[in-house]
Design a protein around this ligand. Sequence first.
Ligand SMILES: C[S@@+](CC[C@H](N)C(=O)[O-])C[C@H]1O[C@@H](n2cnc3c(N)ncnc32)[C@H](O)[C@@H]1O
Length: 273
Amino acid sequence: MKTGGDDFTTFEHVGWERVADKYDSVWSSLTRQFIPYLISAAEVSPGMSVLDVACGPGYVSAAVKRLGAVPTGIDFSEKMIAIAKTMFPDISFLQGDAQDLPFENVCFDRVLVNFGLLHVSHPENVCAETCRVLKPGGRFGFSVWAGPDKNPGAKIVHDAIEAHGDLDVGLPEGPPHYLYGESEGCRKVLEQSGFDGSSMSYETRTVEWHLPTASYFFEAERDAGVRTAGLLARHSAEKLDSIRVAIENEMQRYATGNEFVLPMAAHVVVVGR
Ligand SMILES: C[S@@+](CC[C@H](N)C(=O)[O-])C[C@H]1O[C@@H](n2cnc3c(N)ncnc32)[C@H](O)[C@@H]1O
């Protein structure tokens, strides 16, 4: 599909097409945990029309439908959309770019984006598009990962790459890895996109991600991620091995019985139009 043409969007698009079939088994046990927080903060209720942007395999849409609301999912990955349609055949999913939504003005009660904004080249364009398609009184809710200072999981990977690799390897330029990490900056972007900043709620939620091995997180990032996978792929085998060992060592502090229980934190933000 046409993806807006910039290098970062193309990089992300190629990446998600490559790993779409791994997403459910590798990442969903983590990202799904934030959906109840998102839906509750956005006050989704039965009968509402809800747009699920960057829907991936469609978990937000499925949760919304269980509540009695009417979801539509959109994602730029053809493979993700095919998976979503297979997993949830009674929900409407379509392929499209979050930065150029193929919908009329004022047609949804809610727009939700679970871990999608940091994957687009211009997140503020998604915010503006969201504002355009929301009905008056509608709400926009999204989640973004908290940065290493508030997020033990992010810190492990960040510190390992910083110590043993290179955080600047010439990937196509995209938004900051940890977008909207501070509430006032976030409010400003939302106001500039047309939202009522005074209505914003901003909460940081931490969940437990249960992992079977100390190497799972590194392997997930390397084999089933997009941005960090691209970064890791630009390292020599030797440096990559040092990064892997550093991550595995840090994971030991989260060992519990036969597994590893890693705290992962995200900001859950909701704002009214
Ligand atoms: C981390 S996944 C999130 C999936 C899902 N929302 C969840 O709750 O797990 C990010 C998703 O964003 C999609 N995506 C990235 N950039 C996009 C864009 N510009 N337009 C639409 N979807 C995009 C990817 O294809 C991928 O499915």
